[in-house]
Design a binder for this molecule. Structure first.
Ligand code: SF4
Ligand code: SF4
Length: 342
């Protein structure tokens, strides 16, 4: 697989990276098969986080013996220097390594300046050789722009896909101008995009950005390796498909980032409930009419409209209204199914 220089880090990363959220759902041995196949297929960049359960341990389980040949990125959501230190030590232990190449502040709600205790903790970790590059992830475009411009971060991780707006895509040029490596998360828009070809072609057309595909199944990985072997150009037909997708998914749609969910006092599974009609349309609907899914949607109907989720949504969605709409659509869908059942 081709590699390219990831901004000022100078790291040569594979064009496709591995996003290690979904391997939490796999056994250690199944995760190892997937990670090993990715490595053998040419992927050398693996992105995980302290917040992703046992993902770090699974990466170490699968790839410790080739540590010298891979680039590891992890993240911390720590809010204090002690928390930062503790997260970093845990990640180093879990990943069975003496250093993490790219260590990211995980979606902070503010821009830490160079004198901020958290940033100073990162500088100390870099001096001690425990991390090589200080980086950041974010979902909010305005904050991401400030972070890139600040000069404090070597890479930026931001959600981009075939559904991204022109404003979001302009971040690519800004990163290039500041020599900040751009790591792309949620390139499949949280599962809304089901055919990766168009989003792959679009991201490839942008130049030096590395999507970290969230992978759970070997067939998904093989799909991306096949695209890497023969990268599709962004043809007029693919542009048309992108525009069609944008129109079908236009408006307020939940990106399934999950950032609002810890705030919900009612424990509602917002990232599923708020996009149920899309899931019914774009995935196998049989998976979404199970007793568990019906219970999940009935729980969504108990939303008290407290507004906490709305205040935490980086996309400015009116989440309670979205939940009401999705619940009504779901009820209508079930009624229609019942009516047509022989
Ligand atoms: S508005 Fe509803 S979904 Fe949002 S946090 Fe409050 S109870 Fe939960
Ligand atoms: S409602 Fe907003 S914050 Fe919550 S999962 Fe969806 S996009 Fe993310």
């Amino acid at each position: 697989m081709d590699t390219f220089r990831l901004g000022r880090t100078g790291l040569q990363v594979s064009r496709s990276g591995f996003g290690a959220i979904p391997i939490q759902r796999l056994s250690f041995d199944d995760a190892a098969v997937l990670l090993r196949r990715a490595y053998e297929g040419g992927i050398n960049f693996f992105d995980t986080a302290r917040a992703y359960g046992d993902s770090e341990e699974k990466i170490a389980y699968a790839l410790s013996d080739v540590r010298a040949h891979i680039i590891l990125a992890s993240k911390t959501m720590a809010e204090t220097p002690d928390g930062f230190q503790s997260d970093l030590e845990t990640s180093l232990r879990n990943l069975k390594t003496d250093h993490i190449d790219i260590y990211q502040f995980h979606n902070p709600a503010f821009l830490p300046d160079a004198d901020h205790p958290l940033y100073r903790a990162a500088l100390r970790a870099r001096r001690e050789g425990k991390i090589r590059f200080i980086s950041v992830t974010n979902h909010r475009l305005d904050l991401a722009i400030q972070m890139v411009r600040s000069g404090l971060f070597d890479t930026m991780q931001f959600p981009l896909s075939a559904l991204s707006s022109a404003e979001d895509l302009a971040l690519v040029e800004l990163c290039r101008a500041h020599d900040v490596g751009l790591i792309v998360m949620k390139a499949m828009s949280g599962g809304l995009i089901t055919d990766p070809t168009a989003t792959f072609a679009l991201l490839r057309s942008l130049g030096d950005v590395v999507p970290i595909w969230g992978l759970q199944h070997l067939w998904e990985l093989e799909q991306f390796l096949a695209l890497e072997a023969d990268p599709p150009a962004l043809t007029p037909a693919l542009r048309t498909a992108i525009e069609r997708d944008k129109q079908a998914l236009a408006g307020a749609f939940c990106r399934a980032c999950g950032y609002c969910m810890p705030t919900c006092p009612a424990g509602i599974q917002i990232s599923t409930a708020a996009r149920m009609s899309l899931l019914l349309r774009r995935m196998n609907p049989a998976h979404f009419v199970t007793p568990e899914m019906r219970a999940l949607m009935e729980a969504a109907a108990r939303c008290t409209d407290c507004g906490l989720c709305k205040a935490h949504c980086p996309y400015g969605l009116d989440t309670p209204a979205l939940l009401r709409r999705e619940h009504a659509l779901y009820r209508a869908y079930l009624a229609e199914q019942d009516a047509t059942r022989p």
